[in-house]
Structure formats: C-alpha cells, structure tokens
Design a protein around this ligand. Sequence first.
Ligand code: AMP
Length: 426
Amino acid sequence: MKKPKFQRPTGMHDILPEDQGYFQKIYNVCETVANFYGFKKIDTPILEDTALYEKGTGLATDIVQKQMFTLRTKGRNYLTLRPEFTPGIIRAYLEHGMQTLPQPIKLYSSGPAFRYEHPQAGRYRQFHQFNLEVIGDGNSVIDAQVIQIFYNILTEIKLKKLIVEINSIGDNQCRPYYKKLLLSYLKSRDLSLCVDCRRRLRENPLRVLDCKEEKCQRIVSQAPQMIDHLCQECHDHFKGVLEFLDEIELPYRLNPYLVRGLDYYTKTVFEIFEDTEEGRKMGSLSGGGRYDALVKLLGGEDTKAIGGAMGIERVIATIKSKKIKTQKPSNPPIFLAQLGIMAKRKSLKLLEDFRKVKIQVAESFGRDSLKAQLKIADRLGVKYTLLLGQKEVLEETIIIRDMKIGRQETVKLEKVVREMQKRLKK
Ligand code: AMP
C-alpha cells in the first residue's frame, strides 16, 4: 500500500471501530464501580492555563519540564493540553465553590491526556485515563478505599495477579529532613549516578529513588528510606492505610523507593501492576496518592485530598495479551431488504418506526440487487429478513422471512413492527 500523504502524529493513535468495544467496556466498569462508591462525574476542559500545571503538577517534574504540549493563543495566553487530571479538577473544585458543600467531594472523570514522551509500548503522547479524586478527607480509610476501587475495577475487567505497591513519602514536617539525609548520602556517590540523576540531585533528590538505571538502583538500594523517618502523624496514617488494606485482604507490597513523578504528593503513594514479567515491562496500570497540600497551593483553604488514575491503553494491552474476551456488540436481529424506488422510500420510514421501539434493524439502502442484500443479511446472521418490493408496497404488505427455517409469511405493513416485537420477545 502506498504511504498516505498524512499520518497521525507520533505517539498518537486512532481508536478504530474494532477497538471501541474495549474502551466502552472499560469505561462502563469504571463508571459502575465509581457510582457504587458515591463518585460523581466531572468533565473539565482539555486545555488549561499553563501556569496551573507549573504550580500544581510542579516545576521540577518531568511533566512540566519536558512533557507539556503548550500553545500560545491569539490573545497571547499560554494554554497546555492536560498532561494529568488533578490540577484541572482542583481548579474546578475551587472555581465552583465546592469547598462550601458537605465534604468530601468525590469526583471521577475520563478522557485523553497528553505528554510529550518518547513513544514506546505502553507509553504514548496521547493516552486515556480514568481518574478519581476524593477532596476534603484526610482519613487513612479513604486512601485504602481509593486503592481498593482501582483494584476492584481491574479485577472486574478480569485482570489477575494484580499487586499494589505502596509507600509513604511523608509530608512537609518530615520530608525536608529526610531529603537532607538522602541528599548527603547521594552526594557522596554522585559520580556513580547517571546524568539525569545528577540533575535530580539539584532539583528533587527523591526522584533518584525511582530511576530505572541499574547503576543508580544499586546506590539507591543502600540509601536511607523515608519510611524510617516519617513523623508521628505520617507514621500513624500509613500504619492505618496498611491495616485497612490487610482488613480487606488486598495484596500489597511495600516499595520504599516508590516516589512517583509528581511534586504534590504527601503521605501515601501507590501503583498497581500486573505481577508478571510482561506486567513489569508494561509499567503501572494505575497509580496515585494523597496530596494534602495541593488545594492550598492552588489558592484554596487547607484541604486534604487523594486521587489516582488508570491508563486505559495499558489495561487494553494487558487484556489483549491475556486474550480476555470482551463482549462483542450484538448483531441486529433483523435485516430490511428493499427492491425498487418506492420500496426504498417506504423502508426509510419503516426503519424509523423500528428505531422508536428500540429494535435494531440492519439495511443496505445503497444496494439495489436483492441477491447482494440477502448476502449481507446472511453474513450478519440475522434472525429475520423483511422483504419489501414493488408488489408489497402497492398492497401495503411486507414479507417476513425466518432465516433459520427459511419460511416466509406476508403481513400488513402497518402491523410489522408489532409482529416483530412479538416474535423477538419469544
Ligand atoms: P500518572 O498520571 O503518571 O500517575 O499515570 C497514571 C496511569 O496512566 C499510569 O499507571 C499508566 O497506566 C497511565 N499512563 C501514564 N503515562 C502514560 C503514557 N505516556 N502512555 C500511556 N499510559 C500512560
């Protein structure tokens, strides 16, 4: 095939009709589970002020430093395509005065996110997330519940061997001291760190902990751990989260090096993986954490909150690799075949009558040959074909052909919808 003149942008994908079922199925499960736990849907613009992400997501993060798709409007404002959902949702929470409503506010949303990444398996420049936020509650039971919800969604999608990795990265009381400790340890070995990590030492030494380079990992494995330096409040909070997870028997693993890429996290951070070699390669299916300082940072009152997101493409890739079947959309039970211009005219109207009673009817109005139309009916595997020719139009009748037994019967045109309703109910 000749290479087309235009191609999709690097790292971005068309979601073709054959893949839409996966998205629909996953969103359905997500929304059903979220509704059960009392979450309400919110949609925010795909573009937000660039400054919102600089302040919210954080200037030192990879997202803000390297990955934002930013544009300048004709009014000379800078807007950025959403690289993650949380800052936009907190902006909406504050802008619509949700802090005056009974707390917590539980919100879910879904849609595309954009990051200028090096495209590879499971890592795209446009991808889709399902996102949850619980704003206005600092209790550790909420942390456990948010993790449980993502875990339940993934289990309901029939993914197995899931593992939650969890850590606490402390808060403004205990993290600065730990950062100093970590920094002095890493500085004493900085010549053995990769170039990126040497930069991270200056900007955010915590990010060295989740570097994937082997030489950095070797150094990190001897580094002081945050979990040994939590203040009393963070310690008790984390203990509480783990106890709740034990109570609901959710499989988790402590990962003292899990810090995640965003600046605003405090206390609990988590990721959910498929605990297999392919799962590790794919990366986390879902991740999130508590962000008790973000609402204030964005101009609100001191408000504790937690959230997380699930990557739809990664979940789909895992489903496909496991050959997990998703329900195919059902074929229509009826095919309407027409012959001649008068029949075509009547067919258009008849199709509407079926639509009103929610019976799906396939057709091929562009085709004139009866043979070609019946071939399509056969291929679709419909139960009944309705045949409307010149003669039937004049007599105001229609033929119902039972495709299984091959029997044909003529009925009054005005009665056919009722008749088909009856037959399909049987
Ligand atoms: P994050 O917003 O970075 O916490 O990521 C949450 C989830 O989104 C991850 O667990 C992944 O499943 C998914 N994700 C993040 N970045 C990408 C990407 N570039 N391409 C595809 N999925 C992604």
